[in-house]
Design a protein around this ligand. Structure first.
Ligand SMILES: Cc1ncc(COP(=O)(O)O)c(C=O)c1O
Length: 406
């Protein structure tokens, strides 16, 4: 396996000046405050357990987002919304243009409540039971479950360790796609759980494979805005007009601004065959987005850049802190994620038994996600969420270190 390439570092748009925050504890949440939220991350674990399992952060809301939600509430604006036009389409197109130099056609945008819904709708429309769907493994557990529930055949594209990061074997992929006559490629980039940001040449290899085998590419780019310096995200559909015409891009502000509970996301459907089938569905089947989610997303994209930049700087520091500390622990291995606040820990060299997540829950009182949930390649691994403050992260790693000492 050859070394994985990386993308150029310089973002297209000039980086907005980082508006200073008056709150020094902006990214230092308190466990007591976190436990008072309804969020499953803290709710589902006993009080003596520190949660690092579910993919959400512990920070307070971006102030611009909080303000937009407060204004909607003050207006009492939570009746049935009348979306005369797609509410996120223009802002999405504008954001892609300023961040990535790709100006998607707003008329190809459709709203959804979350990315799993979009993934299931596209899978339902473009494939039938028994059809092959390519996906990287390990992968986000609900995608694996959805394929299973829908009777689609997962065609795994294994993420392979390569130096200090991950890559995949494009020749093997080509053979598997040809042999199975797969119809859809579910691409998660940046990748959950490894945090890999695919380089342009890798995306181009996938694009030409998709062209040769008439694959629709469903590109989940949810973690794009959480890419670290040196790893510029490239939207798959931005590779060219032909590529855009067979791509459905799915995204939202839920990871970069931690809005998962607001159920507001979108699909940009560049493929007109999929778009036509989508538009034939009864709108009630797809549901609708809501005022709080739409206003929050628009405010995040319009006024949240300074906060997002501060959050990324904090997450970058947490990533480096974690990589250093994990490097000191016997038998644990971590390839630094290039994006996301998720760390994919290889525990196979540590004496933690066959179920490392169960070991750390029992012995460290830390809740992680078991690697086995992520499909092939997941055994012996755990996923650790470092989207928290330095104090909580230190406590998590110190507890894990103590549990390994016996
Ligand atoms: C790669 C990926 N896709 C989709 C989702 C689902 O996100 P949401 O429910 O906010 O749409 C997640 C959440 O962790 C994710 O990591």
């Amino acid at each position: 396996v050859t070394a994985a390439p990386t993308n150029a570092t310089r973002p297209l748009a000039p980086t907005p000046t980082r508006a200073a925050s008056s709150n020094p504890d902006e990214f230092e949440p308190s466990p007591e405050r976190c436990r008072r939220k309804h969020s499953a991350k803290w709710h589902r674990v006993p009080d003596d357990v520190l949660p690092a399992w579910l993919a959400e952060t512990d920070f307070d809301l971006c102030p611009a987002v909080a303000e937009a939600i407060a204004q909607a509430v003050a207006r009492g604006d939570v009746g049935y919304p009348d979306w005369l036009a797609e509410p996120l389409a223009g802002a999405f197109s504008e954001r892609m243009a300023t961040r990535y130099g790709w100006r998607p056609d707003p008329s190809n945008v459709r709203h959804v409540s979350d990315l799993i819904q979009a993934m299931q709708v596209v899978t339902e429309l473009w494939t039938t039971r028994g059809d092959g769907v390519v996906l990287q493994v390990p992968n986000y557990p609900p995608f694996l479950d959805a394929l299973d529930n829908m009777g689609r055949r997962p065609i795994p594209c294994p993420m392979l360790p390569s130096g200090d990061t991950w890559t995949f074997d494009v020749d093997r992929l080509e053979e598997d796609v040809a042999r199975t006559r797969a119809k859809l490629f579910l691409l998660v980039n940046p990748h959950n759980p490894t945090g890999r940001v695919l380089a342009r040449e890798e995306l181009e290899q996938i694009a030409s494979l998709a062209e040769r085998h008439d694959l629709v590419v469903l590109s989940d780019e949810l973690h794009a805005e959480l890419a670290y310096p040196g790893h510029l995200h490239i939207p798959f559909a931005s590779l060219g007009e032909d590529v855009e015409r067979r791509t459905v891009t799915i995204t939202s502000a839920t990871k970069s601004f931690n809005l998962g509970g607001l159920r507001t996301a979108l699909a940009h459907i560049g493929d007109e065959r999929v778009r036509a089938a989508w538009d034939r569905l009864p709108s009630e089947l797809l549901g609708s987005v809501n005022v709080l989610g739409v206003d929050a997303t628009l405010a995040a994209w319009r006024d949240g850049n300074g906060w997002l930049e501060r959050q990324c700087a904090h997450l970058h520091a947490m990533r480096d802190r974690l990589v250093t500390k994990i490097g000191e622990l016997p038998g644990l291995e971590l390839r630094a994620p290039q994006a996301t606040y998720l760390a994919w820990l290889d525990c196979r060299g540590a004496r933690v038994g066959d179920e490392p997540a169960a070991f750390f829950r029992r012995r460290a009182r830390v809740e992680l996600l078991p690697g086995t949930m992520f499909g092939p390649g997941g055994a012996g691994h755990v996923r650790l969420n470092f989207g928290t403050g330095a104090r909580i992260l230190d406590e998590i790693v110190d507890r894990m270190a103590a549990s390994l000492r016996g």
